[in-house]
Structures are given as structure tokens and as C-alpha cells.
Design a protein around this ligand. Sequence first.
Ligand code: ZN
Length: 130
Amino acid sequence: MAQLIVCPSCGAEISSEARQCPHCGHPIKSLENCNGDGAMNRKPDTHLAKAIIATILCCLPLGVVAIVYACKVDSLYAAGDYQGALSASRKASLWGNWSIGVSVFICILYVIFYVALGGFAFLSSIGRTF
Ligand SMILES: [Zn+2]
């Protein structure tokens, strides 16, 4: 059923069945998923893979938080709460990034620590030989 939507390019009211805006030629088909009708919205990315990778790589609580939000995306979307699902998706991504960022930072600290330790052990072994 045709309904009136607003062209994002020129702001004119046009039929949602139009392929492009008759006023300015802006393509309309791409608007199907974001015209405010909840049923039409695609499910937001859960970022579950990122959350799981982050958790496996570093076993950090941050990764678990990311997984919790990733799972919320599915349940909220299934319940028809698109805004909630979108917000959970953003949080899952954010926590996933934090988790990966923190684990990379800790890895770098470990490397620096062991390089320093190794260097110290090497120097002291030289010191002992001489
Ligand atoms: Zn237009």
C-alpha cells in the first residue's frame, strides 16, 4: 500500500512506491529500511563475533558485557523494540572495542615487561660471566 514519505533530498512529499523522487530524482528504494516503520527496519548488527573474539582473546569482563549487549540486540529486535536493539548494538560494539583495546594494551605491557626482564637477565648473565 502506497504511503507518503518525505524525500530526504528536497523534502517534498512523495509516494513510498516511487523509485525516485519526481521533484529532484533522488533514489527512494534505499529508504525502505529507514522510513520509521519498525517492521521495515533491518536488524542492527549484534557485533557478537567481535564480542566473542574479545572475550576469548583476553577473558576480560568487558568482553562478557559486550556479549550480553549482543544477545540483547536479538531479543529486543524480536520484541519489536528497534530503538532498543539499535542502542544495544552500539553498546555491544563499544564494549567490544574497549575490550579489544584494553587487551591489546595489556599485551603491549606484557611484551615490554618481558623484553625488559629478558634484557635485564641477559645483562646480568653477561655480568656474571665477566
Ligand atoms: Zn526530492
